[in-house]
Design a binder for this molecule. Structure first.
Ligand SMILES: Cc1ncc(COP(=O)(O)O)c(C=O)c1O
Length: 359
C-alpha cells in the first residue's frame, strides 16, 4: 500500500457540502473583492490567533513584503532571515528595498534561535523574520528580547501553538499563506497578515489596496494584493477544523515514535511546551539518499525540501556570497520529508517505519 507524502483531500471530504454552499453564497452575493466574507474571515482569523487584526492579502509572499513595509522597513535597512526556509521568505524582502542578512538555525528544530539571530544583527537591522519552519515554533519572545521587531513567517505553522501564544501573536506581526498544500488552505492563492498593532494593520490595509483607503486619494506606492471573497468563504469553512487537524498531525508524529522511527533517524525537536502542527514532517539521516531510495522503492512518498539553502541560490549571490551557516548546511544535507497528514493511520506509520529500517 503506497503512503502519499501529503493527503490534502481526505480531511476536506466531510466538508464538501459546506464548501459548495460557501462558494454558492459568494456567487449569489455578487461581491467578489473585499466584501463580507473577507471581513468575517479577518475577524475569525484574528480571534483564532489571539490578535486584534488580520488583513487578507493575495498570497503569503505578498504578506511578508507588505508586513515589512508596514513595519517601516525600506531601502538602507537590513532584515535578518534564515536561509533554511522556502525561497519566498527571503525573496519577499527585496521589493522593500532592504537587504536580506542570512542567519543560521538550530538543525534540530529547523528554526532560528536568539543566538543565531544575534550573530547576524547589524547596526542597520530593522527587523527579523522568524520562520516557523515545517510547523515548528521559533522562540520569538527570546528573539524579540534582543530589541529588534520580529515578523513571524507562519506560512507553515497554522494550527501550531506555544506557551507564549500562537504563531502570529508572538512578534510585531505574523504572516500566513493559504496555498493549497498548507495546513489551512484555500482553492488557489491566499495569504494574511496578523498583528495587534492597529497602526501596522492600517498601513497593511492601505498597502494591499494600491496605497489607498478609497481608490481616490493615494498615500503610498502599494500593491493590488487582496484575498478574494471566494477564498475567504472557503477558508471560513475550514478554520473551525484547524485545531482538530493539528491534533491529527501531532498524533501522526506519536504513531511514528511508537513504531520506532526515533531509532532509525533524527526526529525534529520542538522546544518545551510547543505543540507543532507539523506541516512537513522532516527527519534527518546521515545516509539520506539511501533512505530516500528505500522509501521510494516501498511506495512511501518523501522528498527533500531545501537541499540548496536560499543563500546559495543564484539570485541571492549579492547577499549570500561568503556567508557560512554550518547548521543550515547540515539540515539542508540531511533532511527528508516523510508522509504527514491529519489522518495518518497506525498502519501507514508502521509501513513508513518498516520501509526506513535497514534490510
Ligand atoms: C515559509 C514560507 N514562507 C512563505 C511562503 C509563501 O507563500 P505563498 O506561496 O502563498 O506566496 C511559503 C509557502 O509557499 C512558505 O512555506
Amino acid at each position: 500500500m503506497a503512503v502519499p507524502l501529503f493527503d490534502n483531500s481526505s480531511p476536506l471530504r466531510p466538508l464538501r457540502e459546506q464548501l459548495r454552499e460557501a462558494v454558492a453564497r459568494v456567487l449569489d452575493s455578487e461581491r467578489y473583492i473585499l466584501g463580507p466574507e473577507v471581513s468575517a474571515f479577518e475577524r475569525e482569523l484574528a480571534a483564532y490567533c489571539g490578535v486584534d487584526h488580520a488583513v487578507g492579502v493575495a498570497n503569503g509572499t505578498d504578506a511578508i513584503t507588505i508586513a515589512l513595509r508596514a513595519m517601516g522597513v525600506g531601502p538602507g535597512d537590513d532584515v535578518v532571515v534564515p536561509s533554511f526556509t522556502f525561497y519566498a521568505s527571503v525573496e519577499a524582502i527585496a521589493p522593500t528595498g532592504a537587504r536580506p542578512v542570512f542567519c543560521d538555525i538550530d538543525a534540530r528544530t529547523y528554526c532560528v534561535t536568539a543566538e543565531t539571530v544575534r550573530a547576524a544583527l547589524t547596526p542597520r537591522t530593522k527587523a527579523v523574520i522568524a520562520v516557523h519552519l515545517f510547523g515548528n515554533v521559533a522562540p520569538v519572545p527570546e528573539i524579540a528580547a534582543l530589541g529588534v521587531p520580529v515578523l513571524e513567517d507562519a506560512a507553515q505553522a497554522a494550527g501550531s501553538d506555544s506557551p507564549a501564544g500562537r504563531p502570529g501573536a508572538l512578534g510585531a506581526a505574523g504572516t500566513f499563506s493559504f496555498y493549497p498544500s498548507k495546513n489551512l488552505a484555500c482553492f488557489g492563492d491566499g495569504g494574511a497578515i496578523v498583528t495587534s498593532d492597529p497602526e501596522l494593520a492600517q498601513r497593511a490595509r492601505i498597502l494591499r489596496f494600491h496605497g489607498s483607503r478609497d481608490k481616490v486619494g493615494y498615500e503610498a506606492l502599494g500593491y493590488n494584493s487582496r484575498l478574494d471573497e471566494l477564498q475567504a468563504a472557503v477558508l471560513r469553512v475550514q478554520l473551525p477544523h484547524l485545531d482538530a487537524w493539528a491534533r491529527g498531525r501531532r498524533e501522526a508524529e506519536r504513531l511514528y515514535r511508537e513504531a520506532g522511527l526515533a531509532e532509525l533517524a533524527q526526529l525534529p525537536l520542538a522546544e518545551r511546551g510547543v505543540a507543532p502542527a507539523w506541516h512537513v514532517y522532516a527527519i534527518a539521516h546521515r545516509h539520506v539518499d539511501a533512505l530516500q531510495a528505500a522509501l521510494q522503492a516501498a511506495g512511501v512518498g518523501c522528498k527533500p525540501y531545501y537541499r540548496t539553502p536560499v543563500h546559495r541560490q543564484p539570485p541571492m549571490r549579492e547577499w549570500g556570497e561568503g556567508v557560512e551557516l554550518p547548521a543550515t548546511e547540515q539540515a539542508a544535507r540531511a533532511h527528508l520529508a516523510i508522509p504527514m497528514s491529519p489522518l495518518l493511520t497506525t498502519a501507514q506509520a508502521e509501513e513508513v517505519v518498516a520501509a526506513a529500517r535497514p534490510a
